[in-house]
Design a protein around this ligand. Structure first.
Ligand code: UDX
Length: 345
């Protein structure tokens, strides 16, 4: 029987060096971890990019449609050989080879997610389906940044992950909170049905440098108003509470979740709880004691209380926030001063 191997007939051709085996070849190219971040030009996304780019084995690919994100947030990485930025809207499919997906893309500030609610829910549902399809195709691990808004206007306080929430399915916030709830469902269905490696984080209110000045969320509003000498707009009654997590703590939690072995959902937030009025008073004292605090009308379905139970994150990820509000606010003030061009007196 004729041999189909060329090795046997060395007399006819000079000896060739052996080709690398497919295994060795792929190992060589997989020495880098290729990480996709949807929404990577946004506030949290760009801080995550910074942290992941610090690790030399990582290649980072950002996709963003720039609805609320900005190239400016990523300017230090432009042209870096391990970094790529793609203008893409995740409601359209994306074909790309990656090992991990951090799926953050979605406007997160109520004024922005309510601006085009149909688009917001498409981003959460179709966008998440597209990312899950991609993860399935290439065998990537995928992390969804869900939200404390899945608890709605919570009747349990503080909120732990086993609480199912109190959400209005037809309200003005539903495009976001119901959208994220469906996104979580899709993540777990792909996990159960197709064995996908999933991670789900429920992010509580987050603040820090690089938030859009006109983002509309409470910390950025109050700091910008105080710097401009405008009244701080407390939406009534002002006794509603939130728990504010500094962005670097949050990013640390996201990476621990991705690298750990638990699917989640896991709350990531700072359990320090403040009324909105208390926050206004802290910002006033820190930034500009001369500004007044003005009570304004609230928006429908505003949650009356919110505070994460982070027992699970502590136990499973060995994570807890390091920055208290009094430590983080001055760092955000400094960044806003620079961007607004307001010098400290
Ligand atoms: O100028 C303002 C803005 C907001 N607020 C109040 O501050 C509280 C927080 O409002 P924000 O708009 O900052 O954020 P919310 O807590 O409503 O939603 C956020 O929840 C968690 C994340 O998933 C999202 O970032 C976002 O949906 C609300 O009670 C709101 O009424 C003010 O009093 N004044």
């Amino acid at each position: 029987m004729a041999s189909n191997s060329s090795d046997g007939d060395s007399s006819k051709s000079p000896k060739q060096p052996p080709l690398p085996s497919p295994l060795r070849f792929s190992k060589f190219y997989q020495s880098n971890m290729r990480i996709l971040i949807t929404g990577g030009a946004g506030f949290i996304g760009s801080h995550l990019v910074d942290r992941l780019m610090e690790i030399e084995k990582n290649e980072v690919i950002v996709v963003d449609n720039y609805f609320t994100g900005s190239k400016d947030n990523l300017k230090k990485w432009m042209g870096h050989p391990r970094f790529e930025l793609i203008r893409h809207d995740i409601t359209e499919p994306l074909i790309i080879e990656v090992d991990q997906i951090y799926h953050l893309a979605c406007p997160a500030s109520p004024i922005f997610y309510k601006y085009n609610p149909v688009k917001t829910i498409k981003t959460n549902v179709i966008g998440t389906l597209n990312m899950l399809g991609l993860a399935k195709r290439v065998g990537a691990r995928i992390l969804l940044t869900s939200t404390s808004e899945v608890y709605g206007d919570p009747l349990e306080h503080p909120q732990n992950e086993s609480y199912w929430g109190n959400v209005n399915p037809i309200g003005v916030r539903s495009c976001y909170d119901e959208g994220k709830r469906v996104a979580e469902t899709l993540m777990f269905d792909y996990h159960r049905q197709h064995g996908l490696e999933i991670r789900v984080a429920r992010i509580f209110n987050t603040y820090g440098p690089r938030m859009n000045i006109d983002d509309g969320r409470v910390v950025s509003n109050f700091i910008a108003q105080a710097l401009r000498g405008e009244p701080l707009t407390v939406q009534s009654p002002g006794t509603q509470t939130r728990s504010f997590c500094y962005v670097s703590d949050l990013v640390d939690g996201l990476i621990r979740l991705m690298e750990g072995s638990d699917t989640g959902p896991i709350n990531l937030g700072n359990p320090g709880e403040f009324t909105v009025l208390e926050l206004a008073e802290q910002v006033k004292e820190l930034v500009n004691p001369d500004v007044e605090i003005k009570m304004v009308e609230n928006t429908p379905d505003d949650p009356r209380q919110r505070k994460p139970d982070i027992t699970k994150a502590k136990e499973l990820l060995n994570w807890e926030p390091k920055f208290q509000l009094r430590d983080g606010l001055p760092l955000m003030e400094e960044d806003f001063r620079l961007r607004l061009g307001v010098v400290k007196k």
